[in-house]
Design a protein around this ligand. Structure first.
Ligand code: RB5
Length: 146
């Protein structure tokens, strides 16, 4: 299950994302927002990050104007590794090296076609476990206690 969320700035991309995930036959849970009315990104970022933290959803995708605010709030939640990505390469490496479990996208930064490629790269790549990357990811949580 993929948790998705956005603020007003990411709302239109979230609608497109629901269509993309449906086409890919990937189940998702939409945590809002539900319109383009101005709202606060931490509310939605926190809700999606909590769903991932609790194991209710394996991965999350968050969208705001830049992807940055969402990544900041999501990374405050225990067990969450959120990556704001502007390229498919960054998304692939965020999964391979960092075991990122939340992808953040900026609707004011990237076009939708690029966003599709980023989402597909993120969802189709797995973590390179059992080596130096796993050791480093574990250290993130042991050093920061979250
Ligand atoms: C909203 O105007 C904007 O600040 C928000 O979507 C996001 O880009 C914050 O990081």
């Amino acid at each position: 299950m993929i948790a998705i969320g956005s603020d007003h700035a990411g709302y239109e991309y979230k609608v497109l994302l629901t269509e993309l995930l449906s086409t890919l036959h990937l189940p998702y849970k939409d945590f809002g927002t539900a319109s383009k009315q101005s709202t606060d990104y931490p509310d939605w970022g926190f809700a999606v990050a909590q769903a991932v933290s609790k194991g209710e959803c394996e991965l999350g995708i968050l969208m705001c104007g830049t992807g940055i605010g969402m990544s900041i709030v999501a990374n405050k939640v225990q067990g969450v590794r959120a990556a704001a990505c502007e390229s498919p390469t960054a998304a692939r490496l965020a999964r391979q090296h960092n075991n990122a479990n939340v992808l953040c996208l900026g609707s004011r930064i990237i076009g939708w076609e690029l966003a599709v490629d980023i989402v597909k790269a993120f969802l189709s790549t797995t973590f390179e476990s059992g080596g130096r990357h796993e050791q480093r990811v574990n250290k993130i949580h042991s050093l920061t206690q979250r």
